[in-house]
Each structure stands twice: as structure tokens, then as C-alpha cells.
Design a protein around this ligand. Structure first.
Ligand SMILES: [Zn+2]
Ligand SMILES: [Zn+2]
Length: 191
């Protein structure tokens, strides 16, 4: 494995960091516990702080609807492209099971530390995300988790087995099953 930024003080620091990166590449975060997960290989075998997981329903289907809250509905001043905030869920096209993806209040660095969500989130009935090109509502999803550093794990080694849950940024990427357009459902700073 190579590193996009190589700033290690010594071989020991590099070995420790490499071990942590391998851990988060081998273990999907707990918030994806309801899914079958498959990691997307690192581009050029280079770690740039981000790990991506394809997610699928345990029934085997990887296409479904995205349920969440439109940012524009919660924040009338927002006028950018459609962005959804959490709690986000996936509803399988084949078996209709609803599986939770992420809740920024509980998941990620701040959520794990009980700091709550700095990111706006919704409550109550969710709406369905629609393709920004064709309005279709069925997608394949890739979830992206960023680990900018592992400082808290270095300070608290007992957290090593759950380092994958201390991601500091998240993005849900969707590929439209009708027109193929790749789009971001939402991305959140979590630390
Ligand atoms: Zn299913
Ligand atoms: Zn589309």
C-alpha cells in the first residue's frame, strides 16, 4: 500500500498507521451492519484517507430507493443541487426491506463521542431521493468514509477494534438504475 501523503516520523509510526488503515479497509463501519458490504479497491493501491463500500440487501439485491430528508425542505435558504440529510435508509427493490445507512447523530467521530450532529438532520416521515437527470428513484449505492487521521485511536488504544466507526466525513454516492447518472446524495462533516 502507498500513501497519498507520506509524513511519518519513523518506521514504527508508519507501521502503526499502516496497520490502522488495513483495519478500516478490512472492517465496514457498524452503521452498515444491516447490509452485505463489498469494499471498492483503492485506486492505484494508494490510501488517500477514504474507504468506499458498495452496499446490498442481504436478499442479494443491490438496487433500491434512498429514503431521507431533502435539505431544501429543512433549510429554505438552500438553493443548490438536491442534497439529502440523515437518517438515511435504503429500501430494497426486490424485497422492500428498509435498511438504515447512517444517522449523523449517532455515527461517525462526533456521534461516537456523544457530541451529537453538527450536521442538520431530519425527523418524521422521510421522502424518496430522485435522480437529478431523469427523476427515477432506483439506485445502486456506494458509501464513502474518510479517516483523515487516527489520533483518537493512538490516544485510546482500546478503540483499535472499532476504529472503522470513527470516520470524520461521509458521502453517499448513487448511480441511477435508469439513466446511469452518478450523483451525490449527501456528504457530511462528522468531526
Ligand atoms: Zn432485499
Ligand atoms: Zn437517472
Amino acid at each position: 500500500m502507498k500513501f497519498a501523503e507520506d509524513y511519518f516520523e519513523d518506521d514504527q509510526a508508519r507501521a502503526w498507521y499502516t496497520n490502522m488503515v488495513q483495519h478500516v479497509l478490512d472492517h465496514a463501519p457498524a452503521c452498515l451492519g444491516g447490509f452485505e458490504t463489498k469494499r471498492v479497491p483503492l485506486a492505484d493501491d494508494t490510501w488517500d484517507g477514504r474507504v468506499e463500500w458498495k452496499i446490498a440487501c442481504p436478499c442479494g439485491s443491490d438496487s433500491g430507493k434512498i429514503l431521507g430528508y431533502s435539505l431544501a425542505g429543512l433549510q429554505p435558504s438552500y438553493d443548490g443541487p438536491t442534497v439529502f440529510v440523515t437518517p438515511l435508509a435504503f429500501q430494497c427493490s426486490a424485497c422492500e426491506q428498509v435498511i438504515e445507512i447512517i444517522d449523523t447523530d449517532k455515527h461517525g467521530y462526533d456521534g461516537e463521542l456523544g457530541h451529537g450532529a453538527a450536521t442538520i438532520r431530519g425527523e418524521g416521515a422521510r421522502t424518496t431521493f430522485a435522480c437529478q437527470s431523469c427523476q427515477h428513484t432506483t439506485f445502486r449505492l456506494v458509501t464513502c468514509f474518510q479517516h483523515s487521521q487516527f489520533d483518537i485511536i493512538e490516544d485510546e488504544p482500546e478503540l483499535e477494534p472499532v476504529a472503522q466507526n470513527y470516520f470524520d466525513w461521509f458521502e453517499c454516492q448513487a448511480s441511477c438504475m435508469n439513466c446511469g447518472t452518478e450523483q451525490s446524495v449527501g456528504d457530511y462533516e462528522l468531526a
